[in-house]
Design a protein around this ligand. Structure first.
Ligand code: HEM
Length: 408
């Protein structure tokens, strides 16, 4: 059994490279006691993500058993059960039914229509950075509120409540970062919040937002139960910002450690999209995909895995697999990293991938054009990383804007 090393979160790839040399899949134990099979190989990662006997539903017999077997002292079994009825807690055919309901809200046409609003939000946030008139934490001032505002507006959740989400969502999103008591408290708070919001929306005129739409769907027939509605809303709210915040943060950090590349983007904005695609591969915001379990005994890469055990696919490790990507540890936007697994693979492929790409592209383009002299306000070595098995991102990102350019 491998235990994650102390410095895993600063650079997980040291550990991934070491264990990959020994095989594609390993039994690991997290600091909170949770045990799982960790996949570090690209081909096996894809196999697991589409394997019919490796499933997601925590309410199934095997899903429950796997959590009894492998949860250890983690908060995995203590989260509110009403939050376990969404896309990432369901398998086919339930998953197909749920996904069909929300897919239209994320169509390419709807995403393109959001672009002017995303640009406006980015401009307004950078105006606030200007007003601060000195070093700021770019995560708190820009990378976090940008995707959160977008997803709140899309979903129909009052933006005024956003500070609460920040606290809840980092707890709900990852059981490896909090105690069982914190997990329970955050889950209960999310359920209570959405219960009230949905009640309020039922009484009001339906808006153009996704929650109003999902509510009308559920009122029309038996399509969405209240728990499905609450689960789906919290999934979209959390998945819709936790990840993008860190894609923006990780990209800005990489650029500030290579100032020439940062400045060059100002002259060549077309270079932003391929740079973000390579960042998704090289240091994307997702470390491992969400938990899965074996519904039957399976053999992966020659390793026999019993039924009812937990499986974690490290998309970060798969994205640095030298058998799939040449020279995987170099950051090279020209490589065309389109086959990376940063957005997952198979039926659970990220619903918000197009939105995330737009948000990151706009965030970086605006930043570069407004602050050509932006620099890190602390030493790179002093930056802290979140101790999350799921999310790969910084705790904060202090930067010095050093004089804005008066243009948009
Ligand atoms: C850079 C940003 C993002 C990254 C790297 C990312 C990554 C992922 C990954 C890896 C999965 C699959 C998880 C698994 O199979 O266990 C996923 C699923 C999902 N993502 Fe994203 N995501 C991002 C942004 C977003 C945004 C903006 C939304 C907005 C709604 C979103 C909504 C979802 C949803 C709803 C699912 C579940 C899909 C399903 O199960 O059918 N994500 N994402």
């Amino acid at each position: 059994m491998n235990v994650l090393p102390e410095d895993f979160f600063r650079d997980p790839h040291v550990f991934y490279e070491q264990v990959r040399a020994e095989g594609p899949i390993h039994r690991i134990q997290l600091r909170n006691g949770l045990r799982a099979w960790l996949v570090v190989d690209y081909d096996i990662a894809r196999e697991v993500l589409r394997h019919p006997d490796i499933r997601k539903d925590p309410n199934s017999v095997e899903g429950r058993q796997a959590r009894v077997n492998d949860a250890g002292g983690s908060g995995l079994t203590s989260s509110n059960e009403r939050l376990r009825h969404h896309l990432l807690t369901s398998d086919q055919p339930m998953h197909t039914r749920l996904r069909k309901l929300v897919t239209p809200a994320f169509s390419p046409a709807r995403m393109t229509a959001l672009i002017p609003r995303i640009e406006q939000i980015a401009d307004e946030l950078l105006d606030d950075v200007d007003r601060a008139g000195g070093p700021v934490d770019l995560l708190a001032a820009y990378a976090f509120p940008l995707p959160l505002t977008v997803i709140c507006e899309l979903l129909g959740v009052p933006i005024a409540d956003r500070e609460q989400f920040r606290e809840w969502s980092s707890t709900v999103v990852d059981a490896s970062m909090s105690t069982p008591e914190q997990q329970k408290a955050a889950g209960d708070a999310v359920v209570e919040y959405f219960d009230e919001l949905i009640e309020r929306k039922r009484r009001e005129e339906p808006g153009e937002d996704l929650l109003s739409y999902l509510l009308s769907v559920s009122d029309d027939g038996d399509q969405l139960s209240v728990d499905e509605l609450i689960s789906m809303a919290q999934l979209i709210l959390i998945a819709g910002h936790e990840t993008t915040v860190n894609l923006i943060g990780n990209t800005v950090l990489a650029l500030l450690t290579d100032p020439q590349r940062y400045r060059a983007l100002r002259e060549d904005p077309d270079a932003v999209a391929p740079l973000i695609e390579e960042m998704l591969r090289f240091n994307g915001p997702v470390n491992t995909a969400t938990l899965r379990h074996t519904a039957k005994e399976v053999t992966l890469g020659g390793v026999r895995i019993p039924a009812s055990e937990l499986v974690l696919v490290s998309v970060a490790a798969a994205n640095r697999d030298p058998r799939h990507f040449d020279d995987p540890d170099s950051f090279d936007p020209a490589r065309g990293a389109g086959s990376h697994l940063a957005f997952g693979y198979g039926i659970h492929f990220c619903l918000g991938a197009a939105l995330a790409r737009w948000e990151a592209k706009i965030a970086i383009t605006k930043l570069v054009s407004r602050y050509p002299e932006l620099s890190l306000a602390v030493d790179n070595a002093d930056l802290g990383w979140r101790e999350s098995i799921l999310i790969r991102g910084l705790l904060d990102l202090p930067v010095d804007p050093a004089g804005a350019v008066a243009m948009r």
